[in-house]
Design a protein around this ligand. Structure first.
Ligand SMILES: [Fe+2]
Length: 369
């Protein structure tokens, strides 16, 4: 499709919006594809009622009843599953391991810290780490404190790095920052800590568990080679891309790509400084994707009444944008200080009854005056 316009427009989206007007961006492929900007007298979030399944949702995931040691399923479709996962501080000997034969697992550490044993060596984690655990990689946890994860399970593909396009191979994180498994450190730990004797492997396939028992410790790798192994990346090693002149699309924050969905990380950054630049997250229709945001830390300035550990689900087909208060308050802000994980899914998501127990009702009405 070629560019076309009607009426009076600027030549750059998100800039020079006439006083008292609102811009709505309608975009394919998470605003990476075909996109148009409409200037309107009123935002499209001024509905008076929404009837049907496309109402947006807000869930207080951190308030879910905690079933320690279990992945608590929240949202899912045929490509992806999202879970909360709580564990208590490890005080007993570690004798069990977990292997996910249903897919690749991305753990995002919302709180806590510790060590993960794997057949490739150990990994360390703390709050703000993503842990990419490829399908069927056996692992055991040692928690230094009570820990909580937002778990994103990719059912049909590995996690891949995003296409970095014209910004080159070191944006918005340098692959050199990945935390890699340390085999010698692990073997040293196993030699000196008799509480680490893992003889049971619990394997998940089609959401059913199978238990394999062994007579000796399963972590006996003496060496390995290859391009299939677990790794970590911390939010502090991500350098958010920005333009001083104009708001960049969310695709600039893509962290991992998988079949049927992408994972983006929103991090603290300076706001646009051009006088006529739109600063708040704009009104938009993310035409192809159901949009999930996990609010990890900071001050979530574009929404009222949000706290860390909450999740929003904005289904495709529904226009949304900042809350009215955020639009008013943005002129006083020079930076965002929010940390959030976004999962954009191609197929519609379903929620579980467990997640629905912590739904904040009437979220859909929060844009209304
Ligand atoms: Fe959105």
């Amino acid at each position: 499709m070629h560019q076309y316009s009607q009426g009076k427009n600027t030549t750059q989206g998100h800039k020079g919006i006439p006083e008292g007007h609102f811009e709505e961006e309608q975009g394919r492929k998470g605003f990476f594809g075909a996109v148009s900007h409409l200037i309107k007298e009123r935002p499209s979030t001024r509905w008076t009622e929404i009837e049907g399944p496309l109402r947006p949702h807000l869930y207080d995931a951190i308030a879910m009843e905690r079933r320690f040691g279990h992945w608590q399923k929240m949202l899912f479709n045929s490509d992806v599953g999202m879970y909360m996962y709580w564990e208590k501080k490890t005080t007993q000997p570690v004798n069990q391991a977990f292997r996910n034969a249903d897919g690749d697992t991305l753990y995002f550490c919302h709180q806590g810290s510790g060590t993960i044993l794997t057949e490739y060596g150990l990994l360390k984690f703390r709050k703000g780490h993503y842990i990419n655990m490829p399908k069927c990689v056996t692992h055991s946890w040692i928690f230094d404190e009570e820990s909580c994860f937002f778990v994103i399970e990719s059912k049909t593909s590995s996690y891949r790095e995003p296409d970095r396009g014209m910004v080159g191979r070191n944006a918005f994180y340098d692959p050199a920052c990945f935390g890699k498994p340390q085999l010698e450190e692990q073997n040293q730990l196993l030699r000196t800590n008799s509480n680490l004797n893992v003889t049971i492997v619990n394997v998940k396939r089609s959401d059913a568990m199978t238990r394999f028992k062994y007579a000796e410790n399963i972590y006996d790798t003496v060496s390995w080679k290859g391009d299939y192994f677990p790794m970590t990346i911390h939010v502090d090693d991500m350098m958010p891309m920005l333009s001083a002149r104009v708001h960049l699309p969310p695709s600039a924050h893509t962290t991992f790509v998988a079949n049927g969905f992408v994972v983006c990380t929103f991090l603290p950054r300076p706001l646009e400084s051009d006088a006529d630049a739109l600063k708040v997250p704009f009104y938009h229709q993310n035409i192809d994707y159901d949009e999930v945001l996990f609010y990890h830390d900071g001050n979530f300035f574009s929404r009222d009444n949000l706290h860390a550990g909450m999740i929003t689900l904005h289904p495709a087909g529904f226009p949304h944008g900042p809350h009215p208060k955020a639009v008013k308050g943005v002129n006083n802000k020079t930076h965002t200080d929010e940390y959030a994980v976004m999962v954009d899914t191609w197929q519609p998501l379903q929620s579980t009854s467990e997640l629905e127990t912590v739904e904040v009702h009437n979220y859909w009405a929060s844009w209304m005056k």
